[in-house]
Design a protein around this ligand. Structure first.
Ligand code: PMP
Length: 284
């Protein structure tokens, strides 16, 4: 199963990138992860729009049109051996022959890379129990709305969670819970779904949008507003959401139970709505 690199499809072992690539030297690049169910890409238009928004945000031209990206993704999906996949796209500012922080000359072409891997889903037993999380200070920069490959603060936060036997680290900035190291976070309190607003300090998740749409479609009480650390700890339910995790209940936080310590009914309902929605749009 080939990977895509700079206009060509070739075996992974033959896909070489210069050690002077700015993605390697500076983390000067952007990425996307698109889930594929039964060989159909879920919300691909939205993922490609977010890719464009991130490229605009770091003043990088998109090496491919949306149509060209669609064709690349389609070809990867067709040639992969798995029906359910995760498609990874990355674009960097390319490799100059000298090392300089400022942008390279326009003659330096960007690097564009994409590959498919099997979609790793959460086992039903894990979903039924929920997962543990910790809180950590949010040490990231001030443009968390951009999906850039400079992920060191996220890497360190997630590793801190894993080292403590937890699945996710929830990022606290100025007393507010913004999101997880690699997920958006929702809480439920007294039947109201509460979601942090899209600001420069949170990644606008594709799954986040789907959940807000589903809550609205099912006429659920919804509040999009900041969530304090205190409210987080007192929530009835806490969910983490992402393209690959979908909706996963967080049932303990820093060793203390959330609500009764078990996944709540609203989260289970939302997971079911999400599955139904996926199946409906994938059938089209
Ligand atoms: N926040 C962060 C920091 C992420 O890295 C991700 C995706 N891995 C998300 C939120 C969830 O975004 P999406 O629903 O588009 O996968």
């Amino acid at each position: 199963d080939p990977v895509y690199l700079n206009g060509r499809f070739l075996p992974l072992a033959e896909a070489g990138i210069s050690p002077l690539d700015r993605g390697f030297l500076y983390g000067d690049g952007v990425y996307e992860v698109i889930p594929v169910y039964s060989r159909r890409a879920f919300r691909i238009d939205e993922h490609l729009q977010r890719l464009q928004a991130t490229l605009d945000g770091i003043q990088m031209a998109n090496p491919l049109s949306a149509e060209a990206w669609q064709a690349v993704v389609l070809k990867l999906i067709e040639t992969a051996p798995w029906d359910d996949q995760s498609i990874y796209l990355q674009v960097t500012r390319g490799a100059d022959d000298k090392r300089d922080h400022a942008f390279p000359p326009a003659s330096v072409p960007p690097t564009a890379f994409a590959f498919s891997s099997p979609l790793v889903t959460t086992p039903a037993a894990v979903r039924a129990k929920g997962v543990a999380a910790i809180t950590v200070p949010d040490l990231r920069w001030s443009r968390c709305d951009l999906k850039v490959v400079s992920l060191l603060a996220n890497v360190l936060a997630r590793q801190q969670a894993v080292a403590q036997g937890c699945a996710e680290a929830l990022l606290i900035r100025d007393g507010l819970m913004k999101e997880g190291a690699a997920s958006n976070i929702f809480i439920v309190k007294d039947g109201v779904l509460i979601a942090p607003p899209k600001t420069h300090l949170m990644l606008p998740g594709i799954t986040y949008d789907v959940i807000l749409e589903l809550a609205t479609a099912h006429q659920q009480p919804l509040a999009v507003r900041e969530i304090t650390e205190t409210e987080l700890r007192a929530a009835d339910e806490v969910w983490m959401t992402s393209s690959t995790k979908e909706i996963l209940a967080i049932t303990t936080l820093d060793g203390n139970p959330i609500g009764n310590g078990r996944p709540g009914p609203y989260g289970e309902q939302m997971w079911q709505w999400y599955q139904d929605f996926k199946n409906t749009v994938m059938r089209k």
